[in-house]
Design a protein around this ligand. Structure first.
Ligand SMILES: *Cc1c(COP(=O)(O)O)cnc(C)c1O
Length: 400
């Protein structure tokens, strides 16, 4: 990778992302963009209307640093309702500028230079950069893909080797960063896997940073479990959530983090000098959203499951072996049958021309030294309207 002038050494290698390249390619070629994971349909009116009404009021000015009390209370009640955890809205909940700020503020707050963070790979792109900006070192543990499924059967789970995990944890490990449901794989970590992670966290005295932004987007009657609910974990776990994924408002950038008071106070120290506050009129709207009845959250999962099925069937019909996800916005494809050199990046660069569709190569979610593990995989987003998904599926049919 070429050196970017002026850029600090710790950020070299994080220069330009393939997301920008693929989005530009989508615009230039008039392709259907299934690269970036954002919904193209609106959120619930109960949420949108509150934000509209709040604009032009005192909500336009700086909210309190930790977030408006109404939203902190709504986060605590939501965590009690869905996870059975008691968090004090005064000291154990912090509102952030999206899950992204919650993650980067936590890494900045907790890591000394050289401290290590163990996490699963492929990994959401902001983790490696967030760890690097905080002076930490990422220790990725590979997730292994299952064999692609037929369109009528669910795929097996992505798995990891517990010995790889044990080897990755060293005396320098400070944080275990766990994303479940997981982007980009769509894996939902099982109770047995979480029990093992919890046991290792306790045995090695690790702090756990749990990114659960897809907590409500789980399919086929599956269940999201929070590692914070496992024995010995409530006192060492920070859980991150986001309104973006739950209420189809990714541009609002309202997130939150919950955990024991001393850890939340540490995160708040870093957060107050990053953005201080954000999204005044959106905070009461998200509070209203978090209070919606259980049926809203169940319906959101059902709706997205239907979109998953449309895309997975379309990909399979196009001759692409699909790993059908158990959750999230994304399906993964093994490109080898249609791209004999098995190069997912090359496949994505030519897909706009071949089929008028844009996707993202999974290789970008791996550390450079592990790129070979995800070279043949490509991620497609299905959080799109019927018209867009239908058009994408029809175009992908050109590959068959
Ligand atoms: C989208 C996403 C985020 C970022 O959430 P924001 O609230 O938009 O900052 C964090 N983690 C994962 C796994 C995501 O997919």
């Amino acid at each position: 990778m070429s050196r970017v002038p002026h850029l600090a050494a710790r950020l070299q290698g994080f220069g330009t992302t393939v997301f920008a390249e693929m989005s530009a390619l989508a615009v230039a070629t008039g392709s259907v963009n299934l690269g970036q994971g954002f919904p193209d349909y609106p959120g619930p009116p109960e949420v949108l209307d509150v934000a509209r009404a709040a604009i032009g009021t005192a909500a336009d000015q700086y909210p309190p640093g930790p977030g408006i009390p109404e939203l902190r209370t709504a986060v605590a009640e939501h965590v009690r309702r869905f996870r059975g955890l008691d968090r004090d809205p005064g000291t154990e909940v912090l509102v952030t500028a999206g899950a992204t700020e919650a993650l980067s503020a936590t890494l900045l707050a907790l890591l000394e230079t050289g401290d290590e963070v163990v996490l699963f790979e492929p990994m959401y792109d902001c983790y490696a950069a967030g760890i690097a900006m905080a002076g930490g070192v990422a220790r990725p543990v590979p997730l292994h893909p299952p064999a692609p499924s037929s369109p009528t059967e669910p795929s097996g789970p992505w798995t990891f080797d517990p010995d790889d995990l044990r080897t990755a944890i060293t005396a320098r490990t400070k944080v275990l960063l766990l994303n479940t449901p997981h982007n980009p794989t769509g894996k939902v970590f099982t109770g047995a896997e979480l029990a093992l992670l919890a046991e290792l966290a306790v045995a090695n005295d690790l702090l756990v940073l749990a990114d659960e932004v897809y907590e409500h987007l789980v399919f086929d009657g599956g269940q999201h479990l929070s590692i914070a609910t496992f024995p010995g974990m409530a006192e060492r776990t920070l859980v991150v959530g986001s309104a973006g994924k739950t209420f189809n408002v990714t541009g609002w950038k309202i997130g939150w983090i919950c955990g024991p008071a001393p850890l939340v106070a540490a995160v708040r120290t870093a957060k107050q000098f990053l953005t201080y506050v954000n999204g005044g009129p959106f905070q009461p709207a998200v509070a209203a959203g978090l209070g919606l009845p259980d049926e809203y959250f169940a319906a959101a999962a059902r709706d997205l499951q239907y979109r998953r099925d449309v895309l997975v069937q379309g990909l399979a019909a196009a001759g692409l072996p699909v790993i059908s996800p158990a959750a999230t916005y994304f399906a993964t494809v093994d490109v080898r049958p249609v791209q004999p050199d098995g190069d997912g990046l090359a496949f994505c660069r030519t897909l706009p021309e071949r089929a008028g569709v844009v996707a993202v190569p999974t290789v970008v979610f791996y550390a450079p030294e592990h790129a070979h593990l995800g070279r043949h995989l490509v991620r497609f987003a299905f959080c799109k309207s019927d018209a867009v998904l239908g058009e994408a599926v029809e175009r992908l049919g050109r590959l068959a």
